[in-house]
Design a protein around this ligand. Structure first.
Ligand code: COA
Length: 189
């Protein structure tokens, strides 16, 4: 248990987390080019070429060891189809802290897939990876993402006001977090 941690497939009741594959490119393009999906994300909608470039860059990211390492698992439904992705970024080895992020294809939202996928990743974070704290940063206008944090039992820790120039406007950021002891109390209690 602990770091380094090599990504391994994690199966849940309805979704499975595993590594992205080349045959995911079409679904990834559908998601990452969708202005609605990208609306509150830092990235702009991507072209097909950009999706392929980023996918190639991220393909090597399968191990969490040093501060800054990340993995970007695919979220798959029971048929194996890509329904979205998670982002899991080891922001501090010393503080055993990671950031989590999520995105689903528009047609796969509203089915509980992000909640189940995030819960599987957080279980691994506090179990086999041995972390202390997992947090999410989001645009507070992103109601679906705020609701997901609250459903996961994350606490609202902070709200930065207009601290970031993003997509042509001053933008707020909300911080939500959960500690290992809080997650354990929630999932065993
Ligand atoms: C943020 C995002 C991932 C949330 O996705 P989501 O589908 O709303 O979240 P969940 O997977 O938890 O699904 C919850 C919804 O599924 C519904 N649902 C249906 N069946 C369900 C089931 N079996 N279990 C749980 N929820 C279920 C819930 O009622 C809920 O819908 P509601 O919000 O209308 O009440 C999604 O909106 C998204 O991809 N947004 C674009 C990208 C983005 O902004 N990412 C975040 C950047 S910070």
């Amino acid at each position: 248990m602990g770091l380094p941690w090599d990504f391994r497939t994690i199966a849940g009741e309805r979704v499975t987390l595993d590594l992205l594959r080349d045959d995911d490119l079409e679904a990834l393009f559908e998601m990452q080019s969708d202005p609605e999906v990208c609306r509150y994300m830092l990235s702009e909608p991507r072209t097909r070429e950009r999706v392929a470039e980023v996918r190639e860059r991220d393909a090597a990211a399968t191990r969490l060891e040093k501060t800054g390492d990340y993995v970007q698992p695919a979220i798959r439904d029971a048929s194996g189809a890509l329904v979205g992705t998670l982002y899991f970024h080891l922001t501090s080895v010393d503080d055993r802290t990671a950031e989590i992020g999520w995105a689903l294809l528009r047609r796969e939202q509203g089915k509980g897939y992000a909640r189940e996928a995030a819960a599987l990743m957080i279980d691994a974070a506090f179990g086999e990876i041995g972390l202390h704290r997992v947090y999410a940063e989001l645009d507070p206008r992103n109601e679906a993402s705020v609701a997901l944090c609250l459903r996961l039992g994350m606490r609202h820790e902070g709200h930065f006001v207009e601290h970031m120039w993003s997509k042509g406007e001053w933008t707020d950021t909300g911080i939500y977090a959960v500690l290992e002891r809080e997650w354990t109390a929630r999932t065993t209690g």
